[in-house]
Design a protein around this ligand. Structure first.
Ligand SMILES: Nc1ncnc2c1ncn2[C@@H]1O[C@H](COP(=O)(O)OP(=O)(O)OP(=O)(O)O)[C@@H](O)[C@H]1O
Ligand SMILES: [Mg+2]
Length: 254
């Protein structure tokens, strides 16, 4: 397989058990290069576990992960990041006195040891999310929405080919969610970054994604376009319920 194949990610038969519990069971799917994909399912379906396997936090019991033509199943988190597979991560309390610029530079240092280059790359990433005027502010001074954008900038500073977003929109107002949807759509267009988004607010998935993967109890229930997923009898029966109306942008699983 070469790095210019249409799918940037191929997951084959991924299985992860915790004791007797199958958090992921024989999960197979692909993510087209340049697409925004959604990963949905109720609480405990195995979405975060799957992300952790992709990132190398968990070692799967079985299965393979092919990223950009390379089998990454057994390689370290750091190497995966350098290859271009990254996630957003919350800035912990111990880093809350860092400025946005300093925090985003942490992401940039994954690709360079030069302070000047890290600073330049961080400023570009901060500009991409529209935080340039706030780059000097400390994390502890930011509101939730500004933190989300700073976390996004930190991930962008690693120069990802595939960016995993696990509930990035949690805690945001409807207005902020609309702004984040526009921002991610614009980043996808401008930078060509592939995204996989875990999100309980279905409006986000329906607005942004061209492909949706539905997990239930660790297994793939359905894969399709938002239109196919929202009319799939098996998905409707399992998750959305008879009252689901796509236009109402209902939440589920919460
Ligand atoms: N480190 C762990 N040890 C034991 N069980 C775990 C661990 N991580 C996850 N699980 C279990 O695996 C299952 C899947 O959890 P996971 O966090 O992947 O679900 P999720 O789809 O992300 O849910 P949510 O929507 O609530 O974030 C759950 O039953 C959870 O309790
Ligand atoms: Mg989760």
């Amino acid at each position: 397989m070469t790095a210019d194949t249409a799918d940037i990610l191929k997951v084959e038969g991924l299985t992860k058990t915790f004791g007797g519990l199958s958090a992921n069971e024989d999960v197979s799917f692909s993510a087209p290069r340049g697409a925004i994909c959604g990963l949905i399912g109720p609480n405990g379906a195995g979405k975060s576990t799957l992300f952790k396997a992709l990132l190398g936090v968990h070692k799967p019991d079985r299965g393979r992960i092919i990223f950009d033509g390379i089998d990454i199943t057994d390689i370290s988190q750091q190497k995966r990041c350098r290859l271009g597979l990254c996630c957003t991560f919350q800035i912990s309390e111990s880093f809350s006195e860092l400025s946005i610029l300093e925090a985003v530079m942490v992401g940039a240092y994954s690709r360079t040891s030069s302070r000047a280059k890290a600073r330049t790359d961080a400023l570009v990433a901060i500009g991409e999310v529209g935080l340039t005027d706030l780059a000097h502010l400390r994390y502890s001074e930011l509101n939730v929405f500004q933190r989300k954008k700073a976390e996004l900038a930190t991930a962008l500073a690693t120069n990802p080919k595939l960016l995993l977003l696990d509930e990035l929109f949690a805690g945001c107002s409807l207005h902020e969610i609309a702004e984040l949807i526009d921002l991610i759509g614009a980043l996808n267009q401008r930078l060509g970054t592939t995204f996989i988004i875990v999100e309980h607010v279905l409006h986000v998935i329906m607005s942004l994604c061209s492909k949706v993967i539905v997990l239930e109890s660790g297994r793939i229930l359905e894969i399709g376009t938002p239109a196919e997923i929202s009319t799939s009898p098996v998905v409707l029966a399992a998750y959305l319920g008879e009252d689901y109306d796509v236009d109402e942008h209902q939440k589920f699983g919460r």
